[in-house]
Design a protein around this ligand. Structure first.
Ligand SMILES: [Zn+2]
Length: 83
C-alpha cells in the first residue's frame, strides 16, 4: 500500500513534509536540508539526537518558528472559545 501524498506536503501552513505524518497542524518549521516545512512533532523528532550546531544547520529558524507556532496555537484556542 502506498502512502498518499497530499498537494500541500512540505508547504508552509499546509501539510508536514514527513510522508508518514503530513499533519496540517502548525506546519511552520523550515528545514533547510530538505527545503520543506514540518510540524512541531516531526521537527522535534528530527532534532532529538542533534547537537545545537546540527540544529542550527537543519532548522536555522527553529526558535522563531516556535514563536509563530505558539501564536498559532493561542489563536486557534481563542477561536474555539468564540465559535
Ligand atoms: Zn509532522
Amino acid at each position: 500500500m502506498s502512502q498518499t501524498i497530499l498537494p500541500g506536503k512540505g508547504k508552509q501552513f499546509r501539510n508536514c513534509n514527513r510522508t508518514a505524518c503530513q499533519s496540517p497542524d502548525g506546519v511552520v518549521f523550515w528545514n533547510r536540508a530538505t527545503r520543506a516545512y514540518y510540524c512541531r512533532t516531526c521537527a522535534d523528532l528530527i532534532l532529538q539526537n542533534c547537537t545545537d550546531e546540527e540544529r542550527e544547520q537543519i532548522f536555522p529558524d527553529y526558535n522563531e518558528n516556535i514563536v509563530v507556532y505558539k501564536t498559532m496555537q493561542r489563536t486557534i484556542r481563542h477561536a474555539k472559545q468564540i465559535f
